[in-house]
Ligand binder design. Structure first.
Ligand SMILES: *Cc1c(COP(=O)(O)O)cnc(C)c1O
Length: 339
């Protein structure tokens, strides 16, 4: 019996058609800027999302890191959500490697950082303080789509107070599909954006950082310094281009399946559904029953993400079809029907 893997949308396998696109890719040495497929991907995303330039990198973690390092100097500060990926799930890289101080702010349940809390966190210009340079948002955050009017308010605050605005848009396309807007309607508010191709879009590897040409030139330097300069990376960029051409609209299917999963788990005595948005469902079970959950899901060959976030995360993606989802629902309902 195959595993139904609901841990993350990173687990997808490249399809046969995607592998064919990879095999056919024209390649060159991308450290010399000579990989035509990487260049095409960078230009395509820059043009789609409204930026001067883009940079293909191995991971979203590196994309965010070099973006932060391009915006901030040693002793500068970025303001960020307490549960944001760029603060909590990137090994402290901005501080460790960039000498950039994070100023975390408690996120609201919808993933926004209250505008007045951000404003109060901005430091006066005074040698006592790090220099506040950047606000970093995440969209989607834990599946939540940030409201469009909130993005405009964040932009206005950054303009008023002289901060740059970065988006960790690992799941930007999920947000755009959920809102029914073009992705650039979201990205228009930001100075830089990091997009993952290896999440719901289904490519095996890669993220792209977008910004002004000057910012991307700096980031390219930091990409090399942090070991992310790749050579014939067009093989990977071809998968990313294939994903952009074929796998964006279908994110709506993942969202519909997450909604179905949410509905199927509501009202059970043994499972508390915390939230569901886009392709994520978060559930709680009593701590004492976690070993039983692990055991029963293992027996049913269903994988969940337990322990990374306070609630248990279930993520729908390309490799979970209706039949797979039904199997996961049956296993979870069997567990949840006992209190
Ligand atoms: C996955 C993810 C990243 C980084 O991705 P990696 O490619 O795994 O380094 C960044 N931000 C968010 C919100 C993510 O979900």
């Amino acid at each position: 019996m195959d595993w139904i893997d609901l841990r993350s949308d990173t687990v997808t396998q490249p399809t046969a058609a995607m592998r064919e696109a990879m095999m056919a890719a024209a390649v060159g040495d991308d450290v010399y800027g000579e990989d035509p497929t990487v260049n095409a991907l960078q230009e395509r995303l820059a043009s789609d999302l409204g930026f001067e330039a883009g940079l293909f990198v191995p991971s979203g973690t590196q994309s965010n890191l070099i973006g932060l390092m391009a915006h901030c100097q040693r002793g500068d500060e970025y303001i960020v959500g307490m549960d944001a990926h760029t603060y909590k799930f990137e090994g402290g890289g901005a501080a460790v490697l960039g000498s950039i101080q994070p100023q975390p702010i408690v996120q609201q349940a919808d993933g926004t950082l209250p505008i007045d809390a951000v404003e109060r966190a901005i430091k006066p210009i005074d040698p006592h303080f790090a220099r506040s340079r950047l606000l970093c948002l995440e969209n989607t955050w834990h599946g939540c789509v940030l409201p469009m009017d909130y993005l405009a308010q964040a932009r206005a605050l950054c303009d008023r107070r002289g901060l740059a605005l970065h988006l960790d848009g690992a799941r930007l396309y999920n947000a755009a599909v959920a809102l029914g807007v073009a992705p650039r309607e979201i990205t228009q508010h930001f100075d830089s954006v990091s997009v993952c191709l290896s999440k719901g879009l289904g490519a095996p590897v890669g993220s792209v950082l977008l910004g002004t040409r000057a910012l991307i030139d700096d980031a390219r330097r930091w990409r090399k310094v942090t070991g992310g300069g790749m050579r014939q990376a067009g093989i990977l960029a071809a998968a990313a281009l294939y994903a952009l051409d074929n796998n964006v609209a279908r994110l709506a299917d993942d969202h519909a399946r997450a909604t179905r999963l949410d509905e199927a788990l509501r009202g059970l005595p043994g499972i508390d559904v915390v939230t569901q948005q886009t392709n994520m469902v978060f559930i709680d079970v009593p701590v004492a029953r976690l070993p039983a959950l692990r055991e029963q899901m293992e027996a049913a060959r269903v994988r969940l993400s337990i322990g990374y976030t306070p609630a248990i995360r279930l993520v729908t993606h390309m490799d979970v079809d209706d039949a797979g989802l039904d199997r996961a629902i049956a296993a979870l309902r069997a567990f949840g029907s006992e209190g």
